[in-house]
Design a protein around this ligand. Structure first.
Ligand SMILES: [Zn+2]
Length: 72
């Protein structure tokens, strides 16, 4: 008889996706209700189309620089 604790060794990655039409969450690539492609509900913070990208990156670099300065 073997006792195996599966819960500690098994990692399940669930990728939630969202239907842009009915805004319902699903695990599938397509919405079961609408039959259209679902999209990632959590888009990346930085987009190349973002007109404020330059300012965001500069602010990020500045904040990183301040952190490094505090460490020293
Ligand atoms: Zn849908």
């Amino acid at each position: 008889m073997f006792l195996i604790n599966l819960s500690k060794n098994i990692f399940v990655v669930v990728k939630l996706r969202k239907c842009p039409k009915c805004t319902s969450y699903t695990l599938g690539e397509k919405c079961k209700k609408c039959g259209i492609d679902t999209c990632n509900p959590h888009p990346p913070k930085f987009s190349l189309d973002d007109p404020f990208l330059e300012y965001k990156v500069k602010a990020l670099i500045n904040s990183l620089g301040e952190r490094n300065a505090k460490k020293r």
